[in-house]
Design a protein around this ligand. Sequence first.
Ligand code: NAD
Length: 370
Amino acid sequence: MLTLEKMYSMGHEQVVYFQDKTCGLKAIIAIHDTTLGPALGGTRFWNYATEEDALVDVLRLSKGMTYKAAVSGLNLGGGKAVIIGDPKKDKSEALFRSFGRFIESLNGRYITAEDVNTTVDDIEHIFAETNYVTGVAQQYGGSGNPAPYTALGVFRGLEASVTKAYGNRSLKGKTVAIQGVGSVGYELAKLLNEAGANLVYTDINERGIEKMKESFTNAKFVSANEIFSTACDIYAPCALGASVNDETIAQLKCKIIAGAANNQLKEDRHGQMVKDKGIIYAPDYLINAGGLMNVSIEFEGWADSKSRRMIDTIYDKTLEVFRISDEQNIPVNKAADVMAEKRIESIRNIKNAYLGKTNFRLPGQKNRRG
Ligand code: NAD
């Protein structure tokens, strides 16, 4: 159950429950922290076993968005939404429009986007009711599919990692083992292939494997279990979270872990284990922030060149996190948190000063004496 104490312990500002019986909408929006700007995060459509599961997910994900925006240098806070239901059966125009109306009622404190099981088509319905939505189709002035931009950011993170490991940013001749060649993994493979890297990959989806075989004849397929023990320079997790854990760390033969997946470390302590093994770990929520950076540009008028320019900064930011990690002798995942928290704290502090805009008149008064 949500208690104020639970909200307090995770630092959330606001958690809102919505329902609309006319269309079956049941949703929770969690706004974690808006120090840096409006809370932005996608809407996940999931058949949660219990309401508690949905709440835990939205609280965890919204907090993650605060850190991702902060470390990426964006003027955005962290938020996330979950819609409780079966995406195969419960989606409708009315449901998404109703959800859009609820978002509108938050007056811009929360801005949504796509997430697991929500698509550009669903976003279009939300967009009919509110402007507080990103990831809108390019035909409507939005930024469209985020995967190529997420992949570009991951690629910059890989370049920063090889700079740290080998002294220069070239990926030519480096062997990269990609776990999951879906939307982002496939786009990353394209960039790596162009850069002259050797590709090893795995997936559990036949279509994805076929596409890789057709596109990259030199790429080597390995089974889902073999990917961890593959001899390579970089292990790039681009499937699900938690693939870096007790069992896999023991098998890894790479020098670097850098990929797109969220929450790659199963537990925080795995950051230290990886460090102890001498593996460089590129912080997942920083190097996969290209998609978030891309949608953030929609507010000022999206353009491919602006997006790429912003995403290129991931290279320097990743090196900065490595520097903090070395200086403070802490694992990279902790160093990324430190960088995010420091930025939020510094911006919160500058807001302390009174800016002198108080209106001393009461409504209807010409001046204070009437
Ligand atoms: P996707 O569903 O298109 O691709 C994931 C791929 O991983 C699929 O092809 C799937 O078959 C494969 N896979 C699943 N389990 C596997 C396993 N055990 N072994 C091997 N392959 C497996 O998803 P995506 O959009 O490419 O996202 C990939 C990851 O990156 C996710 O963790 C996602 O949260 C994260 N991410 C994505 C974006 C984005 O812009 N799409 C942005 C930030 C983070």
